[in-house]
Design a binder for this molecule. Sequence first.
Ligand code: CU
Length: 157
Amino acid sequence: MNRRTTTLLASSLSLAAALAISGCSSDSGKAADGKPELSVSGAFMPEPVNADMAGGFLIVKNGSDTADKLTSVTSPISDDVQIHETKNQKMQQVQSLDVPANGELKLERGGNHVMFMGLKSTPKVGEKVTVELHFQKADPIKVELDVKERTHNPKTH
Ligand code: CU
């Protein structure tokens, strides 16, 4: 084994050790009742292309050491709000999406998203759509999605 390989090996070993330590760290960052602390940002809905279906996008941030899952979404404008993931450019319904500890669940164009089926009304640009996010551990969070133009994509701004 030459010296360079040895150095690389040593640094990857110390990285693994550091990860292992943070992996079993204490309860710091947990709320007093043990529930993860989640916050939501950047929530929007592109104005629906057809009157029947719409997508919703947002970011759930988990500032705690406890992993959680987004398990369902409810909204006054649809009785059938689904959680979708996109794989190989095809979307499919999933039962839940992970909100990693000290990480983010990103619902964004081309990826995971909320899907509103059978819209009761057609939201227009400038309006707001209320949703309630339900989690496995954390309390439900109410969020307002800003209805944006159809091509709106925060990543390109
Ligand atoms: Cu979808």
